[in-house]
Design a protein around this ligand. Structure first.
Ligand code: 2AM
Ligand code: CA
Length: 257
């Protein structure tokens, strides 16, 4: 898998590609997203006959069953970063069996960082085992995401992020949920929060952060879902518990979640 994911990720480095609008505000797809997803579906189909796919883009073969072997593909997570030359994007592939996420692979070709985890076998960054130190907000960097297509949560994400900023060492918005989650797994971020993502954004990284000793859930503590999108709150257990209080306080003031 490592060679395949890295090969797919290196395609992000192949220069600029045509950009197309998708439904919603600032929601883009490029020919490179399509090309990478097609490549992964073709390669994974021949290696794992009968597997299905839950990919971000609308390409041939992108159909999934909840049972059986399924790959959750984000061919470029951080598409807006890619379009504007931010050099902070990745390919993300989560692997599920009968609805349970069992493995995750995330590769950032700009830094050559390869994150991987298999359920029950730990998480690694470039071959080094990840073991998260349990830290509170005040001991690290908080990251948040606020995709422009999610217009209904703008006040909430910025109000909550202000409180997180005031409690932590600093605040970042990286533009790639998968990389922000992996950075929470490696300890570079102590926390990551986004109020609405889709399963292919967090499928792979959810295994990586759990296997590194971190936690991941929706903002109300419910498990994240893989059939539909949801909010994502992840990081060191202590920081996540503190963030849950901040989030609950915010919604209490707004009469509930
Ligand atoms: P993307 O680059 O693959 O679109 C940034 O806040 C995060 O939100 C990124 O991981 C980004 O993934 C994701 N995001 C942005 N627009 C999205 C959309 N329409 N559907 C799902 N995820 C999206
Ligand atoms: Ca994408």
């Amino acid at each position: 898998m490592e060679d395949l994911i890295k090969q797919a990720g290196r395609m992000i480095l192949d220069g600029k590609a045509a950009v197309h609008d998708k439904e919603g505000m600032a929601n883009f797809v490029t020919d490179r997203d399509i090309e990478i997803q097609r490549f992964l579906i073709s390669e994974l189909s021949s290696r794992f006959p009968g597997c299905t796919f839950f990919g971000e883009e609308d390409t041939e073969g992108n159909e999934h069953r909840t049972s059986g072997h399924c790959f959750f593909i984000d061919p470029i997570d951080g598409t807006t970063n890619y379009i504007f030359g931010y050099h902070h994007s990745c390919v993300s592939v989560g692997e599920s069996l009968d609805g349970n996420m069992v493995a995750g692979y995330v590769y950032n070709p700009f830094t050559d960082d390869f994150y991987e985890a298999k359920r029950g076998q730990g998480a690694r960054l470039n071959g080094q085992q990840l073991n998260l130190a349990d830290r509170g907000l005040e001991e690290g960097i908080t990251a948040f995401g606020c995709a422009r297509y999610n217009t209904q949560d703008t006040d909430a994400i910025f109000d909550i992020s202000k409180q997180l900023y005031l409690r932590s060492l600093s605040l970042r918005n990286g533009g790639s949920a998968a990389l922000d989650l992996c950075r929470a797994a490696s300890g570079a971020n102590v926390l990551y929060l986004e109020l609405m993502l889709q399963p292919y954004d967090y499928a792979a990284a959810s295994v990586i952060i759990k296997e590194a000793g971190g936690v991941i859930s929706q903002i109300n503590g419910s498990p994240i879902t893989f059939s539909t999108g949801c909010s994502v709150l992840a990081g060191a257990p202590k920081a996540v518990a503190e963030a849950k209080e901040i989030i609950a306080d915010y919604y209490r003031g707004k009469n509930g979640l």
